[in-house]
Design a protein around this ligand. Sequence first.
Ligand SMILES: CC(C)(COP(=O)(O)OP(=O)(O)OC[C@H]1O[C@@H](n2cnc3c(N)ncnc32)[C@H](O)[C@@H]1OP(=O)(O)O)[C@@H](O)C(=O)NCCC(=O)NCCS
Length: 153
Amino acid sequence: MPQSWTQRNFLVRSAILEDIQDCKTIADAHRESLGFLVAAVFADAIRRDQLFVAAQDGQIVGFVRFNHRVRGDETALYDICVATSAQRQGVGRLLVQALTSSCRSHRRWAIVLRCPECLPANAFYAYLGFQRVAVEPGRRRPLVRWRLDLGGS
Ligand SMILES: CC(C)(COP(=O)(O)OP(=O)(O)OC[C@H]1O[C@@H](n2cnc3c(N)ncnc32)[C@H](O)[C@@H]1OP(=O)(O)O)[C@@H](O)C(=O)NCCC(=O)NCCS
């Protein structure tokens, strides 16, 4: 049976192809933060088992897209997004908790990501214990590099 994580009335599970449109709707509403994500990006991530979704009463309210890197022992978090109506209820934290658990089972010992410096999401990563590693110039805006150490083997 596929793994899932629950907290309060939210459930996080691996995404299936039927989730693509809901993920895309949430992403499109946050285009300014995430950039433009086409449906093929979600389809590819689902085929590779690199997408978790959060659901409430069967309705998709968020997603995290990631890659357990083949080389090294890190996992790259590519995008995380929660529907505006479901924000500040612990969904983002549950998505990262699910990813952390998946990292440990894949023997990946750190989560790394880049976040535009201007976004409120930086406070979210700091709250979850990510370390602010550096600020780098991005194509459109400066990017903060974050790292969450999972205490390797
Ligand atoms: C960032 C995001 C995923 C957080 O999801 P969420 O479900 O709202 O986060 P949680 O409810 O788990 O928040 C956990 C804690 O993080 C911090 N936090 C979350 N969002 C925050 C914000 N906008 N501003 C300041 N702190 C924030 C708070 O400390 C919060 O705890 P609290 O609500 O008890 O104060 C969500 O705001 C989002 O989808 N944003 C738009 C897309 C985006 O910017 N993605 C990241 C691109 S790098």
